[in-house]
Design a protein around this ligand. Structure first.
Ligand SMILES: [Zn+2]
Length: 325
């Protein structure tokens, strides 16, 4: 029985060195923190999630590393947003040799057009030839911009779209790991209930705010779906992607608009440089009402470490600013 002793000893050494059943866990890659959180919540102990663009990161301009490609190559499930958000993803999939289950979280969502597209056409950085040049530096700017300038990718900012995100992730995890499908569904149903409750609360609260106060400025156009859901007007000097910088004319136009429409709320975002917002605040005398979480969650110890907490944080700050004075 000498050999079985060594087997047990080897097993004990292994279990001490590795987290419980790490080898059995379903390996999931999520493109950015909001999807990473949903995959983690839904997958629970059954999954090991790697998030490519982490807390406070910018999924529009991400540059994957070789270790990201390696992780993707070994993953059983990939969760992406779609709608042109991750312009860098196609090449990463090719390079990594990923052959697992692909979940497009926005599948089934009715995308909204990015209405700023027409207004932007006069600017040099949006002309097709300028886009083609942008692609020469080795990044996928051209492909990304072409896509995102017609469709707004920030669908997660409507909690009812979040319901579809959850259902798509549940379906993807279940397809890759049917044995645990009941657990994924149970956790998904919980999240769906919470998202529906958040939506109902927002509908009731924002409806109480007079229409002329339901207006605010953010740095980039990340809240189109939120705006449509709760009848709020968001104005942003940068476009729907953080890649295009606001021109002096964009900024001057926003400043005129803030004054003409008496907009009293300015918000910074966790993923964008606050300098532009600070400049607008100085020139209009409007104070900045805090930081909204647009395209990424906060780190675990911050105010928006989960998708649900992101809504709580953003909703509370928006309502406080709109209801001030
Ligand atoms: Zn964005």
């Amino acid at each position: 029985m000498k050999s079985s002793f060594w087997l047990i000893a080897a097993a004990l050494t292994l279990s001490a060195a590795l987290p419980a059943q790490a080898a059995d866990k379903l390996k999931v890659v999520a493109t950015f923190s909001i999807l990473g959180d949903l995959a983690t919540e839904i997958g629970g102990d059954h999954v090991e999630v790697r998030t490519l663009v982490g807390p406070n990161g910018d999924a529009h301009t991400f540059e994957p590393s070789p270790s990201d490609a390696k992780a993707m190559g070994g993953a059983a499930v990939l969760v992406e947003n779609g709608l042109g958000l991750e312009g860098w993803l196609g090449r990463l999939i090719t390079v990594s040799g990923f052959k697992g289950e692909k979940v497009i979280a926005t599948e089934g969502i009715k995308p909204i057009a990015w209405t700023g597209a027409e207004e932007e056409e006069g600017h040099d950085h949006d002309k097709p030839e300028a886009k083609a040049e942008a692609g020469h530096d080795g990044h996928d700017h051209a492909a990304h911009e072409g896509h995102s300038h017609s469709v707004d990718p920030h669908a997660w900012q409507n909690p009812l779209n979040g319901v579809l995100y959850v259902q798509n992730i549940v379906a993807g995890l279940s397809a890759a790991d049917p044995e645990n499908a009941a657990d994924y569904k149970a956790k998904g149903d919980e999240l769906v209930g919470a998202l529906q409750a958040i939506d109902a609360g927002f509908k009731a609260e924002f409806a109480k705010v007079p229409a002329e106060r339901r207006k605010l400025v953010t740095s980039h156009d990340a809240f189109g779906y939120f705006a449509a859901a709760y009848d709020i007007q968001f104005v942003a000097p940068e476009g729907v992607s953080t890649e295009s910088e606001a021109s002096a004319a964009d900024v001057a136009k926003i400043i005129r608009q803030i004054k003409a429409e008496k907009i009293t709320s300015l918000f910074a975002e966790n993923i964008t440089d606050p300098r532009l917002l600070n400049q607008i605040a100085r020139e209009t005398g409007v104070t900045i009402g805090g930081v909204l979480f647009s395209d990424a969650l906060s780190p675990a110890d911050g105010p928006a470490p989960t998708y649900l907490k992101m809504f709580e944080n953003n909703g509370a700050k928006l309502l406080a600013a709109m209801n001030a004075n």
